[in-house]
Design a protein around this ligand. Structure first.
Ligand code: FES
Length: 204
């Protein structure tokens, strides 16, 4: 046996990681992971998610029946699968055709149309509930309010609620394309000029 074979080789010494260094890297790692998770969760909350029906063309229901329900209940029809409300609008109101006619093809007659309104507040993304007493949409998060046509009335929101293109198909069903978000009307684009019809649901 040669000297080279018989002499045991020593492995290079591995420097132990100091406890303080280990704790520092652990803290940095867990903070980064937490921030990443929070960021993704926030994006998921604010951003439209594709899936669960949302993000595709959706059949909401028979257009005449939706109109009946809106009139009977004096409230928009909420369709959570599409994150939207169906509202009635009147294309014969001065300025309405110019404001909405091009994007909302769900017209039943000269004075009756349907629109699909995104339920998400344009301020910071809360879901905006309908207030039956005022006949307005009222956001409980920071007080933005929108009239029956989801046009801006007051609060910190920068515009009226966003919408989706809609049409009535050959079966008479309202079809809404939730893949396309139409920017809501500007703060000054209040065509309906509807005053609240009763007490507010939130403190202004
Ligand atoms: S999120 Fe609706 S007012 Fe702020």
């Amino acid at each position: 046996m040669s000297d080279e074979q018989s002499t045991p080789r020593r492995l290079p010494a591995i420097k132990p990681v100091e406890r303080r260094t280990f704790l520092r890297y652990s803290l940095i790692g867990s903070t980064a992971a937490g921030l990443g998770f929070f960021g993704l969760a926030s994006l998921g909350f604010l951003w439209p998610r594709v899936g669960e029906g949302f993000g595709a063309e959706l059949v909401v229901g028979n257009a005449e029946e939706l109109l009946d329900e809106i009139r009977t209940e004096r409230a928009p029809v909420h369709f959570p699968e599409g994150r939207l409300y169906v509202i009635e609008w009147d294309p014969s109101v001065p300025g309405a055709q110019d404001a909405y006619g091009a994007d909302h093809e769900a017209i039943l007659d000269d004075t009756t149309g349907l629109q699909a309104v995104f339920q998400r507040c344009v301020h910071l993304g809360c879901t905006v509930p309908w207030c039956q007493s005022s006949q307005w949409f009222e956001c409980p998060c920071h007080g933005s309010r929108y009239n029956r046509w989801a046009e801006y009335t007051d609060g910190p929101a920068s515009r009226g609620l966003d919408r989706f293109p809609s049409r009535i198909d050959d079966n008479g069903d309202l079809v809404v394309d939730t893949a396309v978000v139409l920017t809501g009307p500007s703060r000054t684009g209040n065509v309906l000029q509807q005053s609240p019809e009763g007490p507010a649901c939130i403190d202004a």
